[in-house]
Design a protein around this ligand. Sequence first.
Ligand SMILES: Nc1ncnc2c1ncn2[C@@H]1O[C@H](COP(=O)(O)OP(=O)(O)OP(=O)(O)O)[C@@H](O)[C@H]1O
Ligand SMILES: [Mg+2]
Length: 161
Amino acid sequence: MIVKHTIWQARNENDTVRLARSLAGWASAETLLALDGELGAGKTRFSQAFAEALGVQTVVNSPTFTIIKEYQGERLPFYHMDVYRLSMAEADELGLDDYFYGDGVTIVEWASLIEPLLPPERLEMRILHAADGGRRIELTGRGARYADWCAQLEEMGAENA
Ligand SMILES: Nc1ncnc2c1ncn2[C@@H]1O[C@H](COP(=O)(O)OP(=O)(O)OP(=O)(O)O)[C@@H](O)[C@H]1O
Ligand SMILES: [Mg+2]
């Protein structure tokens, strides 16, 4: 499988929003964004910007206690998950494939905790605090489609540098 890495420097929230808008524009059914990063890194903030770009009209907040929230975007359903509190066994029983291979786009916060349950083709995003107070977002596109997204983001980032 083709795998491509790139880095998106988000000096401020607006840079995170720009990334979310691009990805939302490319998303389709079965798109999977697998997010990781420590508490407060910005996983939920990114998800909110992504939902807004999809045209979700309701407020998107942290699904930590509900595990999975479903929203309706203008052209796609949006499934927002936070698996921080789940064991692998619990996650396995949720039947997540119904979401991953369903009609919508899925974001999983703390995705690496359930790595064996994730489809092999996905966009991984690790959000790290940067020294300047911004965020360093390390992206790994697994599969041709997501690898191509990484290549496009790299061009956008270079233009913006
Ligand atoms: N460049 C940036 N990108 C995203 N968030 C940022 C950025 N700069 C500052 N922030 C702030 O960082 C905070 C990130 O909180 P958020 O709830 O999104 O983190 P999280 O990774 O989802 O944490 P948790 O693991 O607790 O769910 C928000 O208050 C947001 O406003
Ligand atoms: Mg969160």
